[in-house]
Design a protein around this ligand. Structure first.
Ligand code: ATP
Ligand code: MG
Length: 393
């Protein structure tokens, strides 16, 4: 069946009172952007009567449109539908019968009619529409059966200015439209966790910018490309992402030279957070986002996280903090980042990691070690921020 229109269902944003129109406008604009990026063809996205519709103005590829729409946060369901004018009830019945015939060539199904009359001047009420349309379908197709409890096909008829007919609801990603909740700076590495963290925070409407700490030649161009590929996957949901690539080699070598090796990871993370904070402030981001999860590795114990956090005065958001690895993996599979994340290119932490890193760092001890960096570190941080390479994803 060739659909000309899609009805977009959204939930949470329906309850935002006076702000509702802001959310709807963001959703309309994000849908248009996603279609432009992922689907060929001309489309009109518009609000009408408390509903959002996507109309195809040209030929299009169905799978591309569904891909584009199921990657827009704020959408809970996509309903391919036919829209007809009100030309009397007999006409409606005939068109619904024709719709059922085309949608369900195999008539060995159960169904229920679910009519909603948003326009109260329609001559029949919802109950009467349900009964009479149901009867017309039963008369047309003897094998079809009604099941009001658990129908295979829920046939929705919405009487509005126009009349919408649909029976399929493709689940959307839920969440809030990106751009309605401020901006955050994602620390994006090549691993499994941070892309998932970025996806999750963007799901709440947060616009993302990202920073990757690159340590050539210890990490290769392939490792950097992996991060770019991951950013693209996250951007399929989060919209455009500005990726800041920081050259971290000199800083890492300096810490390696001056500080006890078992403290390396903690001190390095503290400096990463500081640089991320500076970039965030420069770019209007309101917090940092990381992929840490309690206890996953030595630098992710409660003690380590406390010591790392102490070096920034920005809020650090950790959407996967209480997730098991498998739960994170499940999301990475869903958002298609898993295969990229598990490619074998090294990251900077694996190159320099100590055999026995501290698991319960003491802040005073760490600060004492950092005194050995006092001569050059501030200048090096400034330099790293100044020479950042910016990629638009
Ligand atoms: P991931 O799977 O996201 O790489 P991880 O389990 O490997 O995480 P760590 O290496 O301890 O954990 O890193 C913790 C978090 O610090 C990451 O989730 C990421 O947000 C950030 N991070 C680590 N290394 C980098 C890097 N090279 N560039 C940017 N962010 C990083
Ligand atoms: Mg990692």
């Amino acid at each position: 069946m060739e659909f000309k229109s899609f009805l977009i269902k959204y939930a949470e944003i329906g309850v935002k009172g006076k702000n509702r129109y802001l959310f709807e406008d963001a959703l309309v604009s994000n849908i248009a952007k996603s279609l432009k990026k992922s689907a060929e063809g001309d489309f009109r996205v518009h609000k009408e009567d408390g509903r959002i519709y996507v109309d195809a103005l040209s030929s299009y590829d169905y799978d591309e449109v569904i891909y584009a729409l199921t990657h827009v946060f704020g959408i809970v369901g996509v309903c391919p539908m036919i829209q007809i004018e009100d030309e009397g009830f007999e006409d409606l019945k005939a068109k619904v019968v024709a719709y059922m015939d085309e949608m369900y060539p195999d008539k060995n199904i159960t169904f229920k009619v679910n009519a909603r009359r948003a326009r109260k001047n329609y001559p029949l009420d919802s109950m009467a529409i349900n009964c009479d349309v149901g009867e017309a379908i039963l008369n047309a197709f003897p094998e079809i059966k009604v099941d009001v409890r658990n129908p295979k096909v829920m046939l929705n008829i919405e009487i509005r200015k126009h009349i919408n007919i649909y029976s399929e609801i493709i689940p959307g990603p839920g969440g809030m439209p990106v751009g309605t909740a401020g901006k955050a700076m994602l620390l994006l590495s090549g691993g499994i966790d941070s892309p998932v963290a970025g996806y999750m925070i963007a799901k709440r409407g947060v616009e993302l910018e990202a920073v990757y700490f690159h340590t050539p030649p210890y990490t290769s161009e392939r490792a950097k490309q992996k991060v770019v590929d991951l950013a693209e996957k996250v951007a399929a949901y989060a919209g455009n992402i500005k990726l800041n690539v920081v050259n971290f080699t000199d800083i890492q070598m300096y810490i390696y030279e001056k500080c006890p090796h078992e403290q390396l990871t903690i001190i390095m993370k503290r400096v990463m957070y500081k640089i991320a904070e500076k970039l965030a402030k420069q770019n209007g981001a309101l917090g940092l986002v990381t992929g840490e999860s309690i206890g996953q590795v030595s630098s992710q114990t409660m003690q380590s996280l406390m010591v790392i956090d102490e070096n920034t005065d920005m809020p650090v958001y950790r959407p996967v903090i209480a997730f098991d690895k498998q739960e994170i993996v499940d999301i990475s599979l869903k958002i298609d980042t898993y295969d990229i994340s598990t490619q074998p290119y090294e990251d900077c932490c694996t190159t320099f990691v100590a055999k026995h890193p501290v698991t319960k760092p003491n802040l005073n001890v760490i600060k004492h070690s950092e005194l050995k960096l006092a001569e050059k570190i501030d200048e090096m941080i400034e330099e790293a921020v100044r020479t950042v390479e910016v990629l638009d994803i």
